[in-house]
Design a protein around this ligand. Sequence first.
Ligand SMILES: Nc1ncnc2c1ncn2[C@@H]1O[C@H](COP(=O)(O)OP(=O)(O)O)[C@@H](O)[C@H]1O
Ligand SMILES: [Mg+2]
Length: 311
Amino acid sequence: MSLVQIESLTRKFGNLTAVNDVSFAIEKGEMVGLLGPNGAGKSTIIDIIVGLRRPTSGRVFVHGLEPSKNGLEVRRAIGYVPQQAAIFEDLTVRENLSLAAEMYRIPRFKHRVVEIIKEFELEEKAGKLAGTLSGGQKRRLNFALGSIPDSQLIILDEPTVGLDPSRRMEAWGLVRRLHEGGKAVLLTTHYMEEADVLCSRILLMDRGKIVAQGSPQELKSTLSDELVVEYTFAEAPPRELVQRLTALPDVAGANRNELSLKVTLKSRALPQVQQLVHESKLLIRSSSEKGVTLNDVFRHYTGRELRKKGE
Ligand SMILES: Nc1ncnc2c1ncn2[C@@H]1O[C@H](COP(=O)(O)OP(=O)(O)O)[C@@H](O)[C@H]1O
Ligand SMILES: [Mg+2]
C-alpha cells in the first residue's frame, strides 16, 4: 500500500480551480518534491493530505485512510512542518513539544519529547521560552514539532522560503537527516535548485496541474539534447563564423556580442561546432557549456519561467 494515494484530486475556491485533476502516489522512503511557481496549488494539495481542507472532488488516502473520515489516524501518520512555524513563543521549547505530543495523543509522550529534544540537539534550549530562540533554532524546533508523531512520512511546505544561502543549506541538512532516518519526505518548493539536489522524484506543477514528473535527471533528459556553449575570444568573432555555424543542421542559433559567441545546439552537433571554431583560428579565452536546468524543463512544458527575474 502506498503511503499516500491521490486520485483525480480537484479543489476549487469559487471560480478558481486551485488543484485540477491531480493524481500521484508516494511510496515508503521516497523523497518527492512538488515544484512550481507561487500559486501553482502546492499548499492546497498539502492542506488536503493533512486534513486541513477538503477536496472538491477526487480522493486522498494516507495509509489507505481518508483524512476527512479518519482525522486523528491520518494526522498521526504524517509529520507536518508548515511554512509558518507553528510555535508558541511564550511557552518553553519543551512545553511546545509536549503540547504537540498531547495533541497527537502520543503514548508515553514525555518519553517521546525527551527523545526529540535530543534528536534535534535542543537540550540547552529545552527550558527556554521559544520566543528567545534564534531563527535557526526556531527552524529546528519547527522540524522537531513535525517529527513528534514518528511517522513514516513527513511533509514540509516550502522549508527554505526566504532563507539566505547558508541558512538554506542548513535546512537542507535537516531535510536530508529526516530522509536518511528512513522517512518518506514530501516537500513543496518554488526553488528549482532545492528540488534538484534533494528530491529523487519531482512533480512539476503549474496552474493546478502536474505538467511533468520524474527524477531530476529524467526531466532534464527530455530536453537534454539542447546545449548552450559560450566562447569568449581575444578578438571579435567574424560574421562568417556565425553564418557557418548557423548553417549546421543541429545548431539552433549563434549570437555574437563583442568578444563572445553563444551557440545553442543539439549535443550531437558539438564536435562540428568545435571544429568550425577551431578552423576560425581565433584565440579562445574561455569556453563554457551549460546543460538543461529544471527551469528550462518548466519553460518547455508551460512556456513560462519558474521564477520571475529577481524573485
Ligand atoms: N482559501 C483560499 N481562498 C481563495 N483562493 C485560494 C485560497 N487558498 C489558495 N487560493 C488560491 O489557490 C491557488 C493555489 O494556491 P496555493 O495552493 O497556496 O499555491 P502554492 O502553494 O503553489 O503557492 C492560488 O491562486 C491561491 O490564490
Ligand atoms: Mg504554498
